[in-house]
Structure formats: structure tokens, C-alpha cells
Design a protein around this ligand. Structure first.
Ligand code: HEC
Length: 144
């Protein structure tokens, strides 16, 4: 009886550790990428620029140009195959619905730790270009 208990405890402990490790490497795609203490504030943040055709067009130019987004997220927004964490699939309706512009801006400013998603805003593109590329990303949504 005692050995069985011990085996069970060890098995559960291993499962727990493995779950933690696997979680760290493969964070669910719908989980927020921003620090939890900033989540509420970022979810309340609106895109300061209206989604005009000009703004969306400017975002398209960044996406296919100096933002380099297309090299990882591909021309169809579905993402190319990369070692490690896959680039986000922008045609995923659920992701488009739950992820806010404010959260995306944080990722553009800070990158996504532990993945190949690089810092974009403040490095290769400006704040305004960042907001325009967010409008462009929304055009990949199936509900658009
Ligand atoms: C070198 C490859 C690479 C480049 C260049 C790149 N990305 Fe990414 N991107 C990724 C990867 C990998 C992920 C997945 C990160 C994750 O799951 O946390 C990602 C995730 C994202 C996300 C999802 C964040 C979230 O909260 O779910 C957005 C939005 C995004 N990228 C936008 C962009 C934009 C816009 C550009 C260009 C200005 C860009 N990316 C350039 C690789 C890249």
C-alpha cells in the first residue's frame, strides 16, 4: 500500500512539473501575452487612429515592407513554419475576437518573450505605423 501511494505521489509530481515545462514552451495561443498587471489597462486602450482605408493601406505597406511581418506571418496572415513557437495565425476568428488592439500594441513594443516575435515599434517602425499595421492585421479576420 505504501509503495503504491509513493508511486502515485511521484507520478503526480512528474505530471505537474511536465505540465509546467510544456506550458512554458507552448503557451496556449489564446492566453494573453502581456503582463497580468497591465492586462485590464491594455484591454481598455483603443486604437487612437480610425480604421480608414488610408490607414489600412499604410498598415499593409508596413506589413509587406519595413515591418518585416510578412517574413514570419506570411502573405496570407497564416504564418510560416518556424522552429519553436509558430507565428500567430491572423485568420483565426477566435484569436481576432479576444485579442484587443492595446494588447497587440504591447507585443509590438515588447516582442513576445521566448518566441521569435521581435520588438517592432520603437525599433523598425513608429508608434503610428504600429497602429496602422494593427488595422491591417484585422483585415485577415474571417469575419471581415
Ligand atoms: C521573426 C519572425 C517574426 C516577425 C518578423 C514578426 N513576427 Fe509577429 N509573431 C511571431 C511569432 C513566432 C509569434 C508567436 C508569439 C507568441 O505566440 O507569443 C508572433 C505573434 C504575433 C502576434 C500575436 C500576439 C498575441 O498577443 O497573440 C501579433 C499581433 C504579431 N505577431 C504581429 C506582428 C507584426 C505586426 C509584425 C510586423 C510589424 C510581426 N509580428 C513580425 C514572429 C514574427
Amino acid at each position: 500500500m505504501r509503495t503504491i501511494d509513493l508511486t502515485l505521489i511521484v507520478a503526480f509530481a512528474l505530471l505537474f512539473v511536465w505540465g509546467g515545462v510544456a506550458g512554458a514552451f507552448h503557451l496556449d495561443i489564446y492566453e494573453p501575452r502581456v503582463p497580468s498587471e497591465l492586462l485590464e489597462e491594455l484591454q481598455d486602450m483603443d486604437n487612437p487612429y480610425p480604421a480608414t482605408p488610408e490607414m489600412i493601406e499604410a498598415g499593409r505597406t508596413i506589413y509587406f515592407g519595413k515591418g518585416l511581418c510578412v517574413t514570419c506571418h506570411n502573405h496570407d496572415g497564416k504564418g510560416v513554419k518556424l522552429p519553436g513557437h509558430s507565428p500567430r495565425d491572423f485568420t483565426d476568428a477566435k484569436w481576432q475576437e479576444i485579442r484587443t488592439d492595446g494588447e497587440i500594441m504591447w507585443v509590438l513594443r515588447n516582442g513576445s518573450a521566448g518566441t521569435q516575435m521581435p520588438v517592432r515599434v520603437g525599433k523598425d517602425i513608429s508608434e503610428e505605423e504600429g497602429w496602422s499595421v494593427i488595422h491591417f492585421i484585422r483585415t485577415f479576420s474571417p469575419s471581415n
